[in-house]
Design a protein. Structure first.
Length: 750
């Protein structure tokens, strides 16, 4: 009997019959990059100003970064969006940040198209285009381009083109105790870090490990490594060995150091010989006017900052050594740049507990900080330098991160590719912008950008390839216009002219504050020509308005930080009341799942446990050294330590008997960020009410731990006694009962 053979499956080039002998095999070759494709390494720094590396004028030792410039090129007119998330969104997508929904920080969804904080699926990332072309793709360090950091979603790195990711999703974290390291889509199960742990070293170690894994799997597959260091973003924390290198380096103060940097920049040719320093910002005192008793504190801040950048350079050296060891440095494109310039967020005197700003609290008096000078740089505090050092970072430009003046938007840019870029050690003066990075890399690698992304037609890229100016010093700029907006500050660049509008934070937007600068004769943007060229200024202002409408820049939002940070989408707002039960045995509960239950409101935290004599340890911990609270049993007593963002309280302890127990923290928010609390046990014993102020808000990184205080401790003294202090008994659950918000709370409930 004969049987008709069914047709082969669609797309199969062979033949299928009933037996192997009558069939013909066929194989589909996997997608592979074209032979000889270069590796690509992008090193993105955080809050590093224009002059901070040696080859741009710094006194900080960066020989390895400088060696990249010696083998390649420096761009002295490269600009960026002046804050973290937008700059990274533009770098990764080749599109203006607002047009990919990231006009401000990804933590804040303002409810408008330009500000949701999640990269749209129709905007393919550089990793997605390179992966489709056969590249291995690795993401390391800081992401900060997803609004929901609690659970995996379509905007996480491994959903946006990175085959491997090791890092964190938030805007900042501790360098000694990162709150929540992700390995791909899983929170790394870390209870305690080694004594010598430091995040910058860890990012590099893991990046190198994954590069080696790619090369072990394939001898020829090119890789894309996105090294997104969180250095030198706050908190300023550095290893003691690196701090020691800068002992005595900054006693001359910021005015002298800034002038010295400008002199080096002129000697290097990175700025014109006639460039001048922009005037000292009006909020920055002359160093000679800084009270002598404050100077050691201020010097320690900058010493820490320099040590952090020095450590990055050491790690860049390790990465370069690996490329040399592999024999692949010549055919590796390396880009080194920063997401934005140095910051003014520390104010005139800096801050030991800078995270108070995120919690809506005023800084502690500088006299308090002076007494803690020796802790700056350690993991015990969340320090940030005075804004005078931020102006040094941004030499020779005015203004800072989040502002659209030169100090916020102009950063260093170094690129090398020995096998593909002929010139060595030269400086290119043509204009370039962060949106140009993706098209440049794809163009150099010979990779076509994706035309479809996640089932949608890809949004057009607004950046342009800088390849012509990298290969030819005489080539004209590839484009000559760009808008800028951040926190209602605006700017528009066109053919050597820049119009800038800066706002006083928290006030109504002033649409008539524009200044005008001609960069050919005023490199540092120090001379306002608005009254001399009113028609030209008007044209640039109109151009900004057109660009703003077409890129979803409006509405401008000039609210204070606490108002923006605490705005949540309706489904994420604090509940009016209710209970949440949390179970032991899992990883740290993300802070966004817990903080709304206790932020600036009355609450009770109940812990049900089975306790035996002699057992001790943490029952629950929320937060870390920046702020939070920890309940624990020690020496037969129940205790609670409360960290109000640098204001510390401990409730009177209660003896706890063996057996099935219920331990409760009862808290009342009384208004004006004040509160009080007490401990209760199921046997009726209770501690006296005691001040626990200020009320907790958003401002710490760690979430809720049950039965342990993982990673960064809430109480430094408790950590020194017991480490992470895992509880020896059994915890059934932790229940949080949310009561009313404080009568004057800034938070909006569901």
């Amino acid at each position: 009997m004969t049987h008709a053979s069914p047709p082969s499956p669609p797309g199969f080039a062979g033949k299928i019959s009933r037996t192997l002998e009558e069939s013909e095999a066929a194989w589909v070759a996997p997608k592979s990059a074209r032979p000889g494709s270069p590796n690509i390494v992008v090193i993105c720094m955080d809050d590093m100003g224009y002059s901070d590396i040696g080859c741009f004028g710094s006194e900080i030792a960066t020989p390895n970064i400088d060696s990249i410039a010696q083998q390649g090129l420096r761009l002295n007119h490269y600009t960026t969006h002046p804050i973290c998330s937008p700059a990274r969104a533009a770098l990764l997508t080749g599109r203006n940040a607002h047009s990919v929904a990231t006009g401000w920080l990804a933590n804040n969804d303002a409810g408008f198209p330009g500000y949701s904080g999640d990269l749209p699926l129709a905007a393919p990332t550089v990793a997605e285009s390179l992966r489709a072309a056969g590249y291995a793709t690795i993401g390391i360090g800081k992401w900060h381009n997803s609004t929901n950091s609690a659970t995996p979603n379509e905007t996480w790195p491994t959903q946006r083109g990175f085959e491997r990711f090791y890092g964190f999703l938030e805007g900042e974290t501790s360098y000694f105790f990162p709150a929540r390291i992700l390995y791909n889509n899983v929170v790394a199960p870390i209870d305690e870090y080694p004594a010598d742990y430091y995040a910058t070293d860890d990012w590099t170690r893991k990046g190198m490990e994954l590069v080696r894994a790619v090369r072990n799997e394939s001898a020829t597959q090119p890789f894309f490594l996105y090294m997104a260091y969180n250095a030198v973003h706050g908190p300023l924390q550095a290893k003691p060995v690196d701090l020691a290198r800068y002992e005595g380096r900054y006693e001359a103060g910021w005015d002298v150091i800034r002038a010295q940097r400008l002199a080096r920049q002129k000697a290097l040719g990175i700025v014109p010989a006639d460039a001048t320093l922009s005037p000292r910002d009006e909020a920055v005192p002359a160093w000679d006017d800084v009270p002598p008793e404050q100077r050691a504190l201020f010097v320690r801040h900058m010493q820490t900052y320099a040590a952090m950048l020095d450590c990055v350079d050491q790690n860049v050296g390790r990465l370069l050594a690996l490329l040399d060891e592999m024999g692949e440095r010549d055919n590796t494109i390396i880009v080194f740049t920063s997401d934005n310039g140095g910051t003014s967020s520390g104010g005139p005197t800096g801050a030991i507990h800078f995270n108070r700003r995120f919690a809506g609290l005023p800084p502690l008096p500088v006299e308090h900080d002076v007494g803690m000078t020796g802790q700056v740089g350690s993991g015990q505090v969340s320090a940030l330098y005075p804004m005078g050092w931020g102006q040094v970072s941004n030499t020779p430009f005015p203004s800072f991160k989040t502002y659209t003046g030169g100090g916020g938007r102009r950063v260093s840019f170094v690129v090398s590719w020995p096998a593909g870029i002929r010139d060595r050690g030269q400086i290119r003066t043509q204009f370039g912008h962060v949106t140009d990075v993706m098209p440049t890399l794809l163009d150099l690698a010979g990779v076509a950008p994706l035309t479809r992304s996640h089932g949608e037609s890809a949004l057009p890229m607004q950046g342009a390839s800088l390849k012509p100016i990298l290969l030819d010093a005489q080539a004209p700029a590839v484009r000559e216009e760009q808008y800028y907006e951040c926190w209602a500050n605006r700017a528009y660049y066109r053919r050597g002219w820049i119009a800038v509008s800066l706002q006083k934070r928290g006030g109504p937007v002033d649409f008539d504050t524009w200044t005008l600068h001609r960069q050919a004769t005023d490199f540092s943007e120090s001379v306002d020509l608005a009254t001399e060229y009113p028609e030209l200024l008007g044209e640039l202002v109109e151009a900004f308005d057109r660009a703003a409408w077409s890129n979803s820049v409006y509405p401008l939002d000039n609210r204070l930080p606490i108002q923006k940070f605490n705005q949540r989408a309706p489904h994420l707002r604090p509940p009016r009341s209710g209970s949440r039960r949390f179970l032991p045995g899992g990883q740290t509960v993300h802070r966004w799942s817990v903080v709304p239950l206790i932020a600036d409101r009355a609450f009770k935290v109940h812990v049900r446990l089975r306790h035996a004599a002699g057992e001790q340890g943490v029952l629950f911990a929320l937060g870390e050294v920046m702020g939070g609270m920890v309940m624990y049993i020690e020496d037969g007593c129940l205790n609670l330590h409360y960290n109000g963002f640098g204001e510390y309280h401990s409730l009177p302890s209660l003896p706890i008997a063996p057996g099935e127990r219920s331990a409760t923290l009862e808290y009342e928010a009384t208004g004006k960020r004040r509160g009080r609390g007490r401990l209760l046990l199921d046997d009726g014993s209770a501690s006296a009410w005691q001040d626990l102020s200020p009320t907790l808000m958003y401002g710490f990184h760690e979430g809720l731990d049950i039965g342990i205080d993982r990673r960064a401790p809430v109480s430094w003294a408790l950590r020194e006694r017991h480490g992470s202090f895992r509880y020896g008994g059994h915890i059934h659950d932790v229940v949080i009962d949310s009561g009313p918000l404080a009568p004057d709370s800034a938070l909006v409930p569901q």
